[in-house]
Design a protein around this ligand. Structure first.
Ligand code: TYC
Length: 123
């Protein structure tokens, strides 16, 4: 039988430790890492005032596509009516584009000139 110089042939060997011995006294080193992902550009969906679309229709649209309750939708509609425009929600680019399409589609189908756009927000 071949054997290594340091070990005698019939000597039982000590069981191998399951974990390697730590020589750092259990110290934990926290590394500061650069953040690698930035939040996506967000877009606000803005509904515009006009002289012809009925208030009730605007309230329904805001409830339906922006998940607002009646009171909130009414407040937003009145703000649009008084200020000329109002933000109905803030979304990622694709979702905002879909909301604009849905509002314009509903307005067109009902024969109203309601306008809606999406705008990037933030610095
Ligand atoms: N100005 C409209 C009216 O008096 C109501 C209205 C509100 C229209 C909001 C569009 O986005 C709008 N009938």
């Amino acid at each position: 039988m071949k054997c290594m110089a340091s070990q005698s042939p019939n000597q039982p060997t000590a069981p191998k430790p399951l974990l390697p011995k730590r020589e750092d006294g259990g110290a934990v080193v926290l590394e500061r890492r650069l953040q690698r992902v930035k939040p996506p550009q967000m877009y606000q969906v803005v509904v515009l005032n006009d002289d012809y679309t009925p208030m009730e229709f605007v309230v329904l649209v805001i409830q339906e596509y922006f998940n607002k309750d009646l009171a909130t939708a009414t407040q937003i509609m009145l703000k649009i009516h008084l200020d000329g425009k109002g933000v109905c929600g803030v979304f990622t680019k694709d979702v905002a584009a879909t909301k604009v399409d849905q509002v314009l589609g509903a307005a067109q189908q009902a024969g109203h000139p309601l306008q809606c756009v999406s705008e990037p927000i933030g610095p």
